[in-house]
Design a protein around this ligand. Sequence first.
Ligand code: NAP
Ligand code: G4F
Length: 375
Amino acid sequence: MRTALITGITGQDGSYLSEFLLDKGYDVHGIIRRSSVDFRERIAHLEGRPHFHLHYADMGDSMSLVKVVGMVRPDEIYNLAAQSHVQVSFDSPEYTANIDATGVLRILEAVRVCGLDQTCRIYQASTSELYGKVEEVPQSETTPFHPYSPYAVAKLYGFWIVKEYREAYGMYCCSGILFNHESERRGETFVTRKISLAAARIAQGMQDCLYLGNLSSMRDWGYAKDYVECMWLILQNDHPDDFVIATGVQHSVREFAYQAFSHAGIVLEFRGEGLDEQGVVKYIDPKLSAVNTKLSTGDVVIRVSPDFYRPTDVVNLWGDPSKAREQLGWNPTKTSFEQLVTIMVDSDMAKVAAEGAAMKVRTNLAEYLEKGIVK
Ligand code: NAP
Ligand code: G4F
């Protein structure tokens, strides 16, 4: 049985990768951090399963990493742990550098210290943010890097230190240069999930308006479940190498919002420009009007707020996945943009409906208690 160690196992990608590796018959180990809230939502369904093990460690704590690596002695390490939010990296640049840059070094050194440098293969979660203020479109493995945020600068160190250890010590370590990938498990402050959740809440009358930043920003969005397969393929290759993982298709934030709201039953029209741009309701699906009588055509449901603009923003990401397709046999377009939006909005419509039902039960209960109907 092969053994894998995943850092960042509680995150979006870590949860899908765990499922993928368990299905392949791996013994899966992951590192977790102590938190005041113990419920780990994305992997709760895996806890207690055979061949699924969790260990406390932190990317900022070398000794904890050495201990776990030495105990697990993995065949493969997937280093997914990171402070992964670009906007947050402007608020916490030093922490981001410690985890996203030096953290990668700590993993590589832990593998060396434990004497696993010639047996353990390492995947590093690198990012399209390295292309930043882009110098070429679309971006491939040969496009020059131009990082454009504290997050991207930290990840650039991670990319180069992995390359350095590969060449200096002959280690099998690789970077997947992943373009944005989303899912129903995506963190709620990333733009796609923020939109799918708001579309569901607005459709069900639980939110009036969604505030966003730069609507014109362009991304190459794929489905996280498809991307974890490619991480694994990178480590099964006959030699260590770096690969772009992307769909090869680009859309704007505005297009994502249009598609998500349409799927929720609300057709939008965008009016105005820059900070004055608004998403206005043009048409409501009759099935939706029957349940949400508050929403009308002409309502403004999207507004732009300067709070969500970044000091420097990356606005033109578009990946060329040819190398991964040709050398790894990976299919970059298994899930289309339209299917991705549908998956996310359907999931959030169900989540919001369940929250609404729970809220109704609580409200009824409060009313019954007040009236003395239940004691
Ligand atoms: P995510 O959902 O934000 O998950 C990040 C994971 O890292 C969580 O499990 C988090 O643990 C863990 N973590 C953060 N700081 C840590 C620390 N100090 N010690 C140990 N664990 C720590 O991110 P994701 O979307 O799954 O992305 C996975 C990786 O791919 C990240 O490295 C990200 O930078 C990179 N990436 C992501 C994308 C994308 O579009 N999703 C694209 C390119 C690259 P907690 O749950 O305890 O916070
Ligand atoms: O969803 P985002 O926050 O993702 P971003 O910055 O591209 O970072 C994600 O993808 C990277 C890969 O390229 C990963 F390395 C990274 O870990 C993370 O997973 O923002 C996407 C775009 C940006 O241009 C942002 O300015 O959407 C724009 N945007 C517009 N309004 C917004 C918003 N972003 C967020 N988070 N929130 C908004 O309200």
